[in-house]
Design a protein around this ligand. Structure first.
Ligand SMILES: C[S@@+](CC[C@H](N)C(=O)[O-])C[C@H]1O[C@@H](n2cnc3c(N)ncnc32)[C@H](O)[C@@H]1O
Ligand code: SF4
Length: 443
C-alpha cells in the first residue's frame, strides 16, 4: 500500500452543468470490463466466509413515461406481456443466484426493489415477485425491505399487498410540488397525485415512509422549491431525501442543455447547494436530523436506511434484473444493461453477466473511505483496524486541502465531513481516488 498519492483536489473539482455528479461506487464504472466478469462468476461459485451483511437489489425497468433527466434503465409504458416475460427472467435469475455456493447459506439483511418504477407492477405481479424472492433467499425477521414507488401508481390495493408481503420502507418519488416544474421535467404526476398517494400510504402504514425531492429542476425557483419543502414537511414523512439534480450525458435534458435550450432555467450548482443547505436547516427546525449528504429523518435510531448505510460500510450486495449492480467478496459486477440481452441470456439458463472489476485490497480500502464520507466520515481507529491503513496519513494531502476550505475536520479520533463538505461531497470524493482513476470518466 503506497503511503501517499498525488491527488490534485483542485483539478477534480470542476462543476460542469452536464455530466455525472453522484458517486455510487469506486473505482469508476468506466474501468470495469467484460473480461473481469469471470471474477464475479468465481465469487458466486465460492462458498463465502464473509462476515459482512448481505443485501439484495432487484431492478424493475418500467415507468409510465421517461423523465427528462433520468439515466436509470427503464422502458416507458411497457406492454403487459413484456412485464410478465421480465418477471419470468427475474425468477430464473433469483433461483440461480440463491442456489450459488456463495449465497445459499447466507441470510439477507436488507432488500431493495428499485427501478424504474417497481410500483408499476400489478398487485398479483408484486405477490409473484415476493414469492419467488422468498423461494430463492431467506431474510432476517425485521430486515429492511424498501420498495420504490411513483405517485400515480400508488393505490390502496397495491399498498396493502406490499405491506402484507413484508415491505417496511416505502420510498416515493415526489421531486417537487409544483405542476409546472413537474411537467417541464417530464414527470407524469401532479401535486394532487402526490397528495392522494401520501394519504393512501399513511393510511396503510409502513415503518418508514421516505419522500424523494430533487433540488435544481428545470424551471425551479426559490418559491417552487421552498413551497414544496414546506408541504412535504406538513405531510410528516419519517424520511426526506434531497438529491441535487445531475444531468447525465445521454439524457434528453443533457441534449437540451447542449443546444442551449433550457440552460438558463436550470439552477447553478451554487444555487442548488444554497437551497439544499437551507432545506436541511428547515428540516432541522421541524425536528428532523440530517443523517447523510442526502437525507434527513425524524429519528435516526429508527429511521435509518440500512440499504445505503450497509453498502457504504462494505456490505455485500447481490443485484438481480437488467443493469443491476452487485458487490460480492471484493468484486463489483453489473448485469447486462439491455432487457433483450438480459432475457436472452436467462432464456439459455445463463447468468446475464456484463462487466466487472475485482478490487485490490487497496481499492477496497479507498472505496470504503470515500463512501463513508457520504455518511459524514469515519472513526480513524476502526478504519485502521479494518484495513491496517491510517486514513490521516494515507489521505493527508486531500484532507489538508479540504480542511483548509472548512469541508472536513480530521483528528486522531475521526474524519468528519462538515455541513459545507456534505453539500458537495460527491465533488470532493474523486480527490481521494488513486491517481489513475482521477481523470477517467465516471460511467
Ligand atoms: C428510480 S427513481 C425512484 C422511483 C420512481 N422511478 C420515481 O422517479 O418516482 C430514484 C430517485 O432518483 C432521483 N433521481 C433520478 N434521476 C435523477 C437525476 N438526474 N438527478 C438527481 N436525482 C435523480 C429521484 O429523486 C428519484 O426519486
Ligand atoms: S426518474 Fe423514476 S419515473 Fe422518471 S424515468 Fe427515471 S425511473 Fe422512471
Amino acid at each position: 500500500v503506497a503511503a501517499t498519492r498525488t491527488n490534485s483536489p483542485l483539478e477534480v473539482m470542476a462543476e460542469p452543468l452536464e455530466g455525472s455528479y453522484f458517486v455510487s461506487t469506486y473505482p469508476p464504472f468506466s474501468t470495469w470490463s467484460g473480461s473481469a466478469r469471470e471474477c464475479y462468476r468465481a465469487a458466486l461459485a465460492n462458498e463465502s466466509t464473509a462476515d459482512v451483511p448481505l443485501g439484495l437489489y432487484a431492478h424493475i425497468p418500467f415507468c409510465d413515461l421517461r423523465c427528462r433527466y433520468c439515466y436509470y434503465l427503464s422502458q416507458a409504458n411497457p406492454a403487459a406481456d413484456s412485464v410478465e416475460s421480465y418477471l419470468d427472467c427475474l425468477e430464473v435469475e433469483m433461483a440461480l443466484l440463491g442456489a450459488s455456493p456463495a449465497l445459499r447459506h447466507r441470510e439477507l439483511s436488507f432488500i431493495y426493489f428499485g427501478g424504474g418504477t417497481p410500483s408499476m407492477l400489478l398487485p398479483d405481479q408484486i405477490e409473484r415477485l415476493m414469492a419467488f424472492v422468498r423461494r430463492s433467499f431467506t431474510w432476517a425477521e425485521g430486515a429492511e425491505v424498501t420498495f420504490e414507488c411513483a405517485p400515480r401508481t400508488v393505490g390502496v390495493d397495491r399498498l396493502a399487498v406490499l405491506r402484507q408481503c413484508g415491505v417496511t420502507r416505502l420510498s416515493l418519488g415526489v421531486q417537487q410540488l409544483d405542476d409546472e416544474v413537474l411537467s417541464r421535467n417530464g414527470r407524469v404526476h401532479t401535486v394532487s397525485d402526490v397528495e392522494k398517494a401520501v394519504e393512501c400510504i399513511q393510511s396503510v402504514g409502513f415503518d418508514v415512509v421516505n419522500l424523494d425531492l430533487i433540488v435544481g429542476l428545470v424551471g425551479e425557483t426559490e418559491d417552487t422549491f421552498f413551497r414544496s419543502l414546506g408541504r412535504v414537511i406538513e405531510m410528516d414523512p419519517q424520511s426526506v431525501t434531497l438529491y441535487q439534480l445531475e444531468i447525465p450525458f445521454n439524457t434528453p435534458l443533457a441534449r437540451a442543455v447542449r443546444s442551449r435550450r433550457d440552460s438558463l432555467a436550470i439552477p447553478s450548482w451554487e444555487t442548488k447547494r444554497r437551497r439544499l443547505d437551507a432545506a436541511f436547516r428547515r428540516l432541522e427546525g421541524a425536528g428532523y436530523f440530517v443523517r447523510s449528504a442526502y437525507a434527513a429523518v425524524r429519528n435516526p435510531s429508527q429511521h435509518g436506511f440500512v440499504y445505503q448505510d450497509s453498502q457504504y460500510r462494505g456490505a455485500d450486495l447481490v443485484g438481480a434484473g437488467a443493469s443491476a449492480f452487485s458487490y460480492l467478496s471484493g468484486v463489483h459486477h453489473q448485469n447486462l444493461a439491455s432487457v433483450r440481452d438480459y432475457s436472452t441470456c436467462l432464456g439459455r439458463g445463463d447468468l446475464p453477466l456484463y462487466r466487472a472489476h475485482a478490487l485490490s485490497a487497496d481499492e477496497q480500502m479507498v472505496r470504503q473511505f470515500v463512501l463513508q464520507l457520504k455518511l459524514g466520515g469515519c472513526r480513524t481507529g476502526a478504519f485502521r483496524r479494518s484495513f491496517d491503513v491510517d486514513p490521516l496519513e494515507r489521505f493527508a494531502q486531500p484532507l489538508s486541502h479540504f480542511e483548509g476550505l472548512g469541508w472536513v475536520e480530521a483528528d486522531a479520533d475521526a474524519v468528519r465531513v462538515t455541513r459545507e463538505g456534505l453539500l458537495r461531497v460527491d465533488r470532493m470524493i474523486p480527490a481521494f481516488y488513486n491517481a489513475e482513476h482521477q481523470t477517467v470518466r465516471y460511467s
